[in-house]
Design a protein around this ligand. Structure first.
Ligand code: FES
Length: 149
């Protein structure tokens, strides 16, 4: 069962950012930074505070891949899927990661990201906020093992 979301804290974060221009994105970033994702319970608070419909907030949430709508696992593996990394095999690397994670009990959320600013070191990944470049399938397995065991 997921942890109870502190809605007062969420409302405080919303209030702190609600006067910024284009407040929706700063609010969503602040919420995700605090809770690691944007809980469904917070969507009505954002909608009410900004005078948007819940559907509009949900639309923004689903448009941007960056925002999680589910709580992530203990570890987060992000594999860059943008052009430079794709040309260096990031799709195959992501498929390898998926197979690896499916066959293990490692508590890892696998997510795509779109450019980590490391195009010269493609394919690039972030594992628990740590950046790695020129990642091969073998190195990926080693990094996941080291991080999760
Ligand atoms: S395209 Fe992957 S780091 Fe830029």
């Amino acid at each position: 069962m997921p942890d109870q979301i502190d809605l007062q804290l969420a409302q405080r974060l919303i209030d702190e950012h609600s006067t910024l221009p284009g407040a929706m994105l700063p609010i969503l970033h602040a919420i995700q930074e605090q809770f690691s994702y944007v809980p469904a319970e917070v969507v009505p608070l954002i909608a009410d505070s900004l005078n948007f419909s819940r559907a509009e907030v949900a639309g923004v949430l689903s448009y941007y891949h960056f925002f999680r709508q589910q709580a992530p696992a203990k570890h987060v593996l992000q594999i860059c899927r943008a052009e430079a990394c794709q040309s260096m095999g990031s799709e195959a690397l992501a498929a390898h990661a998926r197979a690896l994670l499916d066959s293990s009990s490692a508590d890892v959320t696998l997510e795509p990201v779109y450019c980590l600013g490391q195009c010269g070191c493609a394919p690039a990944i972030l594992l628990d906020e740590q950046l790695y470049g020129r990642v091969t399938a073998e190195r990926l397995a080693e990094l996941i093992n080291r991080r999760t065991s």
